[in-house]
Design a binder for this molecule. Structure first.
Ligand code: AMP
Length: 304
C-alpha cells in the first residue's frame, strides 16, 4: 500500500448561485482518494459510514484501487451529513447543517495492510483522531501530510500543536495560516508554523493558487483561471489528494517533485470545481489531466 488516507466519507447538500443538490456523496476522504487514484494504484481509505451509505460508491472507489477495508460501516447509524451555501463570489460559504452521526465517536482503525504505507494523508478531522492514526503506523511513514481548519484552532489548539509535532506537511488556507501563526505576512507565518513541527507548508489561496515553503525554498503555483466555477466543495481535499498521490507515485520527495505535485493537485482541483460534488473528478481522463497540467506550464513560464 503506497498511501493511507483518513478522512470523512459523507453526504453533502450544496447550494451555489447556479443551483442546489439533494444529498450527494462527498467527504474529504472521498475527494482525497479519488484525486490520488489518478497516480496511485494501491491505497487505503480509513473512514466510517452509516448503513444508509450506498455500497456502489464504495465499490466504485475499490475499482479505482482504493482498499476500503478500513471504512467501517456502522449498522443502525447514519452517515455524516454536511450542508453548505456558497456566496456569489464562490470563495466564501456558510455551513447550514453539520450532522456528525457516525463521525461523532469515530475511532479510526488502520488495517494491517495500511500500517506500513510510506505516505500518510490526514484529512480534516479532530487533531486527536489524526494523531491516533499516526500512532497506529508500524513504522514512521516517509511523509505525513495533514489538513486542518480554524475550528480546531478555536477549540483544540493544544491538541493541534501536539499533532503538528508529528507531521511533515501542513496544508491550510491563508486565513488559517494567519490565525495559527498570529501574523499577517504569509512568509513570516510560514516560518512560525514550520517551527511548530511540519518542515513543509502549503498555503492555499483559493482562486489565487498555492504557496509551497520548504527550507529556504519557496514556490508559487497559480490556479488556472476558469471561465466557470460551479461548485468549489472538495477542491482543497482534491488538491491535497493530487499532491500526495503524485508524490507517492514518484517516491522521491525533493523540491522539484513537490512543485510538480502541487501542479498535479491544482490541475485536479480545477476539474473538481467544474461540476457539483465528485461528478467531474470521476469523469476526468488521464490525457485530459496531462493537457491541463501542461496549461499550468504555459500559464506561468516566461523567459527574461
Ligand atoms: P472542502 O470544500 O475542501 O473544505 O471540503 C468539503 C468536504 O468536507 C465536504 O464534502 C464535507 O463532507 C466535508 N466536511 C465538512 N465538514 C466536515 C467536518 N466537520 N469533518 C469532516 N469532514 C467535513
Amino acid at each position: 500500500m503506497k498511501l493511507a488516507t483518513v478522512g470523512s466519507v459523507a453526504f453533502d447538500a450544496i447550494e451555489t448561485p447556479f443551483g442546489k443538490t439533494d444529498k450527494i456523496v462527498g467527504g474529504a476522504g472521498t475527494y482525497i482518494a479519488l484525486a490520488s487514484s489518478f497516480f496511485v494504484k494501491q491505497q487505503s481509505l480509513i473512514s466510517v459510514v452509516g448503513e444508509d451509505f450506498p455500497q456502489e460508491v464504495l465499490a466504485e472507489l475499490e475499482s479505482k484501487g482504493v482498499d476500503i477495508s478500513g471504512v467501517e460501516i456502522k449498522h443502525g447509524e447514519k452517515t455524516f451529513f454536511w450542508s453548505g451555501r456558497y456566496h456569489n463570489d464562490l470563495n466564501s460559504r456558510d455551513t447550514l447543517v453539520t450532522e456528525l452521526n457516525v463521525l461523532a465517536d469515530f475511532k479510526p482503525v488502520v488495517p494491517a495492510q495500511a500500517q506500513n504505507a510510506p505516505f500518510l494523508m490526514l484529512g480534516n478531522l479532530s487533531p486527536d483522531v489524526q494523531l491516533s492514526v499516526i500512532q497506529q503506523m508500524q513504522q514512521r511513514p516517509q511523509l505525513i501530510a495533514m489538513d486542518t481548519m480554524n475550528f480546531w484552532m478555536d477549540i483544540a489548539l493544544d491538541s493541534l500543536k501536539e499533532t503538528l509535532k508529528h507531521i511533515d506537511v501542513l496544508i491550510i488556507n491563508d486565513e488559517e495560516a494567519r490565525q495559527l501563526s498570529g501574523v499577517y505576512s504569509l512568509r513570516k507565518a510560514a516560518n512560525i508554523i514550520r517551527e511548530m513541527g511540519p518542515s513543509i507548508l502549503i498555503i492555499k489561496k483559493g482562486e489565487h493558487g498555492a504557496l509551497l515553503f520548504h527550507e529556504s525554498n519557496m514556490f508559487y503555483a497559480p490556479a488556472l483561471p476558469l471561465e466557470e466555477v460551479f461548485d468549489p466543495t472538495g477542491a482543497g481535499d482534491t488538491f491535497a489528494g493530487g499532491f500526495m498521490g503524485y508524490l507517492a507515485a514518484a517516491d522521491r520527495i525533493d523540491f522539484d517533485n513537490m512543485k510538480r505535485a502541487i501542479i498535479a493537485g491544482s490541475a485536479l482541483a480545477s476539474f473538481c470545481v467544474e461540476k457539483f460534488g465528485t461528478q467531474r473528478l470521476k469523469e476526468v481522463t488521464h490525457p485530459e489531466l496531462q493537457a491541463r497540467m501542461q496549461e499550468f506550464v504555459s500559464l506561468s513560464t516566461f523567459q527574461l
